[in-house]
Design a protein around this ligand. Structure first.
Ligand SMILES: Nc1ncnc2c1ncn2[C@@H]1O[C@H](COP(=O)(O)OP(=O)(O)O)[C@@H](O)[C@H]1O
Ligand SMILES: [Mg+2]
Length: 306
């Protein structure tokens, strides 16, 4: 690994103005102290508190993007850093923007024959009952542009679709209904060329919702995930393809379901996954023998421009 000094002055971008601000503050705070602990000249920078002029005055040599959601994970901040010519962590403009949009992501995966649950786009005019009939129940209704399970619901009966749509559309004008995959939830971290060990998630809730992610402690994380070695490799290969199909770089995390027959269905790609002490990528890295500070240094080392 590169020595800390070669990175120069590093900005850890954290907070921001997305719905996931609080999580980002936690992720970013931990990254900041891990990097500083390893001798990196890292400073926190919250774009919701300081403008671009303040950022430019700092003359940062490199940026660790720890912003989740819009205005950070979605290609906008990446575009500014491209313009300024400052190396930054993770995916570039296009891949970040694509991965932020669950609908565009699914379309690309399907174009490459990668499995993702069948879906329909919902609008004000959509005959919701017809959608329920076509896809079958239960359905997951999601805004295409949020994260952290915000605005999302599991719909068991067609009569509940309207309310689910009304909730989702508060967060994004584009909403999809996706076939619910009954089975096992998996998540897979990617670090450079390496696919990290798979984590299996078990929640007593309907799905891995916001509370399960950040508040409650009733989710079980299984690592090793209990799949056969062959199956684990197969899923890991699929996740690397999913990552590359979107043009992702540096690091990321793929969420997917395995149905009862063991068939994988890709749900979404996260280009700036959570990095709190509860988070999944740090957990998977640890299982691969990489400590939290080592993980942060590796992500920072993979940073580049364009
Ligand atoms: N089609 C689906 N079938 C079963 N569970 C789903 C499906 N889509 C989402 N979920 C559940 O909802 C959670 C959040 O969905 P996801 O698409 O990963 O969005 P995000 O994490 O960005 O909010 C998943 O972790 C999973 O528990
Ligand atoms: Mg997810």
């Amino acid at each position: 690994m590169s020595s800390a000094a070669t990175f120069g002055k590093v900005a850890v971008l954290l907070g921001g103005k997305s719905a996931e601000r609080e999580v980002s503050l936690k992720s970013g705070g931990m990254i900041l102290s891990a990097l500083q602990g390893r001798g990196v000249d890292a400073r926190a920078f919250d774009p919701a508190e300081h403008g671009l002029d303040a950022f430019m005055k700092e003359n940062f040599a490199r940026v660790f993007i720890a912003l989740h959601g819009r205005f950070g994970e979605d290609g906008t901040v990446q575009g500014v850093l491209e313009w300024l010519g400052i190396p930054y962590t993770g995916s570039g403009v296009l891949a970040s923007a694509l991965a932020m949009n669950k609908l565009r992501t699914k379309r690309l995966w399907l174009a490459e024959a990668l499995p993702t649950p069948p879906y329909e786009v919902l609008t004000k005019e959509t005959q919701l009952r017809a959608v329920a009939k076509k896809l079958g129940l239960p359905l997951m209704v999601k805004p295409v542009n949020e994260g952290s399970s915000i605005g999302m619901s599991k719909v068991l009966v067609a009569a509940a679709l309207e309310e689910a749509y009304a909730l989702a559309v508060n967060y994004d004008p584009v909403v999809i209904a996706e076939k619910f995959v009954d089975g096992t939830e998996l998540t897979v971290g990617i670090l450079g060329e390496q696919v990290l060990p798979i984590i299996k998630l078990e929640t007593p809730r309907d799905f891995y919702d916001y509370d399960a992610k950040y508040i409650a402690d009733d989710t079980r994380y299984l690592i090793p995930c209990g799949l056969s070695e062959k199956k684990e490799k197969e899923v890991q290969t699929l996740c690397m393809k999913a990552f590359r199909t979107l043009g992702c770089e540096g690091w990321g995390r793929v969420d997917l379901m395995l149905n009862r027959r063991g068939r994988p269905y890709l749900l979404e790609m996260n280009t700036v996954p959570g990095m709190t002490d509860h988070s999944l990528v740090p957990m998977a890295a640890r299982a691969a023998g990489l400590s939290y500070p080592d993980l942060c240094l590796r992500i920072l080392e993979l940073a580049h421009v364009g």
